[in-house]
Design a binder for this molecule. Structure first.
Ligand SMILES: [Zn+2]
Length: 68
């Protein structure tokens, strides 16, 4: 068993919502930790925030072969 400090409360895993494991906090397991890492790498967390100096990238996304 992992020593869990008194007062530590398991928060919901940001991936699956299960109570987090202290050893893997804030995730419930190493699996969810890796899934979260994968999301970052995969760009799934890349919320399409349009910045003033990022118009080119934005147009590239929206110009994906959908010509009328
Ligand atoms: Zn989880």
């Amino acid at each position: 068993m992992t020593d869990v400090p008194a007062g530590w409360k398991a928060r919901p895993c940001p991936i699956c919502g299960k109570p987090a494991a202290y050893a893997e906090r804030p995730f419930c397991s190493q699996r969810c930790r890796l899934l979260d890492l994968g999301r970052w790498v995969d760009g799934s967390y890349a919320v399409p925030v349009v910045e003033d100096d990022d118009d080119d990238a934005w147009e590239t996304i929206h110009d994906g072969g959908t010509d009328e």
